[in-house]
Ligand binder design. Structure first.
Ligand code: NAD
Length: 468
């Protein structure tokens, strides 16, 4: 395989400078990624702008191209999976399923359409509603699911007739750059471009005058900056931001039955999931039994390098995030929380942190109030359901939430009171290419997936024809 390169106007291009990408399991170099300079960013956006009109003109060709892209990803699942594990840390099995999930997303998207609609314009007028692509879309993504979250944007943006400049996280650019190359023959030159660099490259892309829509997944702070920058020339934005999801266990829940699902909803991908359970509210009567069941699971989970067979949780993906998680746990312990499982990093150079369960964390401690985005779950006791609901909703985040109990109607009534974009009963955070996903409050603007997500990539155009 060649050195990682930018993918611009249908070809791989080297950059004048590079930056290191580290393996979070060892802190050793995986590879050097190209640092996209100003001229190359301009070239990528210009190529996307040039390609857009022809691309928008042929819907069946777009659908067919997305099917080809999906096949290419499936065929490269092993190669891309290895790259993902090397730069992000997740177990190989999970990395490959991320690639296959990305392929499945493109496939599902390829079969969506944006048909014209006839509207009632009154007598003497024929009115048709049409969907018009924005033009060049900037797709900016974080490091937790580098390929999947990029494909959540590529599929609908391209299907709607836009062209794309994608910018992955500087911590995990390699798999996305390689994906660009692998898809070279799926799309005409310029339709998909991938550039890599730091936050300032993302900012330059957002500010670029030829970009007309920004689809951003990342932190709330990053989302605020994107929204402010996009306001300058009124670019459209979709913002998928952080979460501090609460799960409320009800009195009639069976701890033995739900412990496994609750555990993985909090710890999958080392807790680095926007829609992970980040606060667990448990009635006092069940707190002991559910905590014991979760501790038992945490103690048997296999943590190690993602390349090792049998590993269930890899390292935290980036050094700054590892340090942030360690700091949040240390603060919580100082504030009176008790680590009933884990509570500290593992020795060694990698970003390994023991799966951690905290009890007695004060409601105003940072581990409860902020998004931890790591393998740590505070278990919070409640005596009164209204109080649990008030605490669950007492946050500026609003991504997802869940309620766990045997009486599904009762659980749904509680879930309906959660102030968030997706509320689940007896599960948490599942996503599908057919279902809209997005946050309220600080967790975002707009949704991704399904035809709701597709509509985020087109403006409405109302066409009036006076007749008779
Ligand atoms: P981040 O905001 O630091 O960075 C995300 C991406 O934005 C990176 O590519 C980064 O280089 C770029 N960026 C940063 N500043 C920018 C700016 N001013 N203009 C343009 N681009 C900029 O986030 P992160 O630390 O990479 O990711 C973790 C966060 O992402 C967590 O808060 C997590 O909850 C969130 N997330 C949300 C979803 C969702 O769908 N809601 C999904 C996954 C992750």
């Amino acid at each position: 395989m060649n050195a990682p390169a930018l993918f611009i106007d249908g070809e791989a291009r080297a950059a004048a400078a590079t930056f290191p990408v580290l393996d979070p399991a060892t802190q050793e170099l995986v590879d050097h990624a190209p640092e996209c300079g100003r001229e190359q960013l301009d070239a990528a956006v210009a190529a996307a702008a040039r390609a857009q009109a022809d691309w928008a003109a042929d819907e069946p060709a777009r659908q067919a191209a997305l099917h080809v892209a999906s096949e290419r990803l499936d065929a490269a699942a092993a190669e891309l999976g290895r790259l993902l594990t090397a730069e992000q840390g997740k177990p190989l099995r999970n990395a490959e399923s991320e690639v296959r999930g990305s392929a499945a997303w493109l496939r599902a998207c390829a079969d969506l359409t944006l048909p014209d609609e006839l509207l009632d314009g009154g007598a003497g007028a024929q009115v048709t509603l049409r969907y018009r692509p924005h033009g060049v879309v900037a797709a900016i993504t974080p490091w937790n699911f580098p390929l999947l979250l990029t494909c959540w944007k590529l599929g609908p943006a391209l299907l709607a007739g836009n062209t794309v400049v994608a910018k992955p996280s500087p911590y995990t650019p390699l798999a996305t750059l390689r994906m660009g190359e692998l898809l070279a023959d799926a799309f005409p030159a310029g339709v998909l471009n991938v550039v890599s660099g730091g936050d300032e490259l993302g900012a330059a892309l957002v500010a670029h005058p030829l970009v007309r829509k920004v689809s951003f997944t990342g932190s709330v702070g990053g989302g605020r900056k994107v929204a402010a920058a996009a306001a300058v020339d009124l670019k459209r934005v979709t913002l998928e931001l952080g979460g501090n999801d609460a799960a409320i266990v009800l009195e009639d829940a069976d701890p033995a039955k739900i412990a496994e699902a609750v555990f993985w909803a909090a710890f999958d991908n080392c807790g680095q999931v926007c829609a992970a359970i980040k606060r667990l509210y448990v009635p006092r009567r069940l707190a002991g039994t559910l905590t014991d069941a979760l501790v038992a699971r945490a103690e048997e989970v296999v943590v190690g390098p993602g390349t090792q067979p049998g590993v269930e949780l890899g390292p935290i993906a980036t050094r700054p995030q590892f340090e942030r998680v360690a700091g949040l746990v240390a603060d919580a312990l100082r504030d009176g929380a008790v680590a009933v499982a884990g509570g500290a990093p593992f020795a060694g150079p990698g970003n390994f942190f023991a799966p951690t369960l905290l009890t007695a964390a004060p409601e105003d401690s940072r581990i409860v109030a902020e998004e931890q985005f790591g393998p740590v779950l505070p278990i919070l006791v409640y005596d009164d359901l209204d109080d649990a609901l008030a605490r669950a909703n007492g946050t500026r985040f609003g991504l997802c939430g869940s309620v766990w109990g045997e009486d599904l109607d009762a659980a749904r009534r509680v879930a309906d009171q959660l102030d968030c974009g997706s509320a689940y009963v007896n599960s948490h955070g599942s996503v599908s290419p057919t279902l809209p996903f997005g946050g309220v409050k600080d967790s975002g603007i707009g949704v991704e997936n399904g035809h709701w997500g597709l509509h985020e990539y087109a403006d409405l155009r109302v066409s009036h024809v006076a007749c008779g």
